[in-house]
Ligand binder design. Sequence first.
Ligand code: SIN
Ligand code: MN
Length: 183
Amino acid sequence: MRRCVSLMDGPVPGYVPIVRGGGKMHVRMLCLGRHWNPKTYQYGAARDDFDGLAAPPLPSSFERLARDIARSVGMVIDPDLCILNYYPADGRMGLHQDKDESPSSIAAGVPVVSVSLGDTARFLFGGLKRLDPISPINLQSGDAFVFGGPARLRYHGVSRIVPGSAPPELGLEGRFNLTLRQY
Ligand code: SIN
Ligand code: MN
């Protein structure tokens, strides 16, 4: 958690992305290893949509965490990037698929490993089509969620977070979510 705070407020800080249609996202984002460009929906080395700075490297501890979590559910990932998002009290994320990684990674069903810290999120887990039924799941601090194999392209989002629900010992307002990915 401390690492997330120091990265988010570090020399290459998290920022509120503006997506293709011109709308602001409702999170602060910092990409590590590779940058996800919210204007082009493509990955690149630098933050061309914002300040031109290079994405900081992916910490090896994050990489190990993703490998260990994937292994615990019988999956394999060789992570090379992390999207670190911070959700303030009014943070949320619309329903979407994670489909901007390489075609081979997606076709192989290499998982996206998600780790949540801080406030609980009301996470929405849908199907392979946007209009498929959605199951709400509470993601609490310390929870991991793995989208792999046939679930790799399932729609998902965050309708809201529950302010003040973080474990008090964290001393954190809001929520961090890390998604570790193999481009
Ligand atoms: C994401 O889909 O990129 C984030 C999901 C989450 O915050 O749990
Ligand atoms: Mn996603």
